[in-house]
Structure formats: structure tokens, C-alpha cells
Write a protein that binds this ligand. Structure first.
Ligand code: SF4
Length: 328
């Protein structure tokens, strides 16, 4: 695998390609721990992220978006399908190449309090990757100061511990750690969900400016479509392990096609979207242990038709986006 640092926008193909990705977890039962069923967390997802692009991945909690991010990071085993980085299949990487991949793809988790080691000082946290991959060129302090400046923190943070900071500051430390190795793709898993609204906006703006400076690609995972609409160029809407609508964020927010997307938009105030014609979502997301037959959204869909419970809709291209719904 090539060591291409910083995404090259002249490349024709996508930086990340996920093809028919399936991540199922076996449920063991009985004395012999036989596999009785599978939790279908991710069920045949295909998507692409191009250099310098932000793809928003949105859906209710339990829809499989975090599992999808973890599978891309190699933290969960792929059941079926493939993940290609720069055209190279991750399933065929040698341990050495996998190590290289860890430098190119980084993650920011929702809760920095649990993702940052409470016993490590900020300088050790944000330079851990640089030390591990032997990338300290001048001094650790110089690297750490540069990283702190990048995320808007001052040098007096260097020798303090994570619990001495506010939630927003801790997330800035997590961002400094994520960008320390100059990755090409950063997976932001509910990265602003635990923050107050005003701090959310600051962290989103920081991510945008870092993206511009380093030409980063972002996979921005969130349950909140209003946040996603502020940062994502394209958005994929996920329901029960599948992508039900994907396309340009502005188009999706302005005129959603899938009833589930309409319901998500109705649930949150999105700038520029009228509160008229709101679709209210009833009930809970079904268990991915036994998804409903046909369209997985049919038990909750306000526009359900007889065919919906019998036949699973296939994704089709409609108005420049992909939609999986019998209405289209
Ligand atoms: Fe609703 Fe049927 Fe479309 Fe599913 S396929 S979203 S149930 S209209």
C-alpha cells in the first residue's frame, strides 16, 4: 500500500469506498453456546468518501452507524463486503500495512472523558501517536505546543490532566490527538453530541478549519441532522443497518424523499426548513436481531403501502441521490 500523506484531490477515485459492508454479531445460546441468531448491526452498506469531503452519517441511536464507523476503523470484524482505502482492500492488508493505515485513519469519540487516559498529561496524550510511530522530529514539547495552538488551547495545558478541563476543551485535546499524525480520514463518532449547543458550534467550526488546512476527509457520525447539515457536503441516512437515503446534504435537508429522512428533519429544527408538514415518528427502532420483513421502516412509516411489508425496496437513483423506498 502506498504511503500517500494528505489527500490528493487530483486523484480520480474516492479515498474510502465501502462496498456491501455487513457486520453481524452472533448471539450464542444454550449449553454448547451455539449461534442462535445474529444482530444485524450493519447490513449491506455501500458508500464513498472523496478527498477533502465530509460525509454525514445520520440516524437514531441503535441504527448501526457507530458499528459502521468501528468496522471501517478495523475495531469490528467484517462479516461480508469490503472496505477500500485509496483502492486497496483493507481485508488484504498485512499487519505492517494495517499499522500504516492506523496513521491515515483516526477517530474522535463522543466522550473525551472516557477516550482520554485520565492518568496521562495532555503532552503525553497528544504526542502518543507521534512517539509510537517515531515521528518526533524536534522535541515533544514543540510538537505538542503546535498541536495545542491548532486546536485553540494554550501552552499551559501541556502538563495538566483531562479532568482539569471543560467538556469542550477535552474534545479539543481529542482532536489534537486525532490530527497529530496528519491523517487523511477522521471518523468523528458523535464527536459533538455531549457538548452544549454553543460549544458544539465552536468544535464544528474547528473541524471545518482543520479540514480546510489539511484537506482532511471526515466521516461525521451523528444522530442530530441539524449538526450534520452544518458540516457535511453529502449525507447518508441510516436505518436498521441500511442506508435509506444518500446524497447532497442541501438537497436532502431541503426536500427529503424517504419518509424516515422526513421524520428525522421533523424532529429537529434545521435552518431554512419550515415546520409545516412535519412527519412525527412513532414507536422505537425495531431490534436488529429480527428486523421486520420487507422495508425495515414499514411498522413506523406514515406512508406505508401493502407492498412495503412484503418486498424490501432496492436503492434507486432519484433526483441525483440514492433512495430505498417503494414510493420512488
Ligand atoms: Fe415507507 Fe414503504 Fe417507503 Fe418503507 S418502502 S419507507 S414503508 S413507503
Amino acid at each position: 500500500m502506498k504511503n500517500v500523506k494528505n489527500c490528493d484531490e487530483t486523484k480520480s477515485g474516492p479515498l474510502l469506498r465501502v462496498v456491501d459492508l455487513t457486520t453481524w454479531f452472533p448471539v450464542k445460546r444454550g449449553f454448547f453456546s451455539k449461534t442462535a441468531a445474529y444482530v444485524r448491526a450493519v447490513d449491506g452498506v455501500s458508500l464513498e468518501i472523496h478527498c477533502g469531503e465530509t460525509l454525514g452519517l445520520v440516524g437514531e441511536s441503535g441504527c448501526g452507524k457507530t458499528t459502521l464507523g468501528r468496522t471501517i476503523l478495523g475495531l469490528e470484524k467484517t462479516t461480508k463486503g469490503d472496505i477500500l482505502l485509496d483502492g486497496y482492500s483493507m481485508s488484504q492488508l498485512t499487519p505492517k500495512e494495517m499499522n500504516l493505515l492506523r496513521q491515515r485513519v483516526q477517530v474522535i469519540f463522543q466522550d473525551p472523558m472516557s477516550s482520554l487516559n485520565p492518568r496521562m498529561t495532555v503532552i503525553d496524550i497528544i504526542t502518543e501517536g507521534l512517539v509510537q510511530f517515531k515521528k518526533i522530529e524536534v522535541s515533544k514539547v514543540a510538537h505538542a505546543n503546535r498541536l495545542l495552538a491548532e486546536v485553540g488551547l494554550s501552552e499551559d495545558a501541556l502538563y495538566r490532566f483531562p479532568h482539569e478541563f471543560s467538556g469542550g476543551q477535552r474534545q479539543r485535546i481529542a482532536i489534537a490527538r486525532a490530527i497529530s499524525l496528519r491523517p487523511e480520514l477522521v471518523i468523528c463518532d458523535e464527536a459533538v453530541s455531549a457538548l452544549d449547543v454553543s460549544i458544539q458550534a465552536q468544535v464544528v467550526n474547528l473541524l471545518k478549519s482543520l479540514q480546510e488546512r489539511y484537506h482532511l476527509s471526515l466521516l461525521f457520525i451523528s444522530h442530530d441532522l441539524s449538526v450534520v447539515s452544518n458540516i457535511a457536503d453529502r449525507t447518508a441516512v441510516m436505518y436498521l443497518g441500511r442506508i435509506v437515503e444518500a446524497g447532497n446534504t442541501a438537497d436532502i435537508v431541503r426536500a427529503p424523499l424517504h419518509p424516515y429522512t422526513k421524520a428525522l428533519i421533523a424532529a429537529v429544527p434545521v435552518p431554512g426548513v419550515s415546520r409545516r408538514d412535519r412527519v412525527l415518528l412513532k414507536g422505537e427502532i425495531p431490534s436488529s436481531l429480527s428486523p421486520p420483513p420487507g422495508c425495515p421502516f414499514h411498522p413506523r412509516c406514515p406512508e406505508v403501502m401493502p407492498v412495503c411489508s412484503q418486498q424490501e425496496p432496492v436503492a434507486k437513483r432519484v433526483d441525483g441521490r440514492e433512495v430505498a423506498c417503494h414510493l420512488h
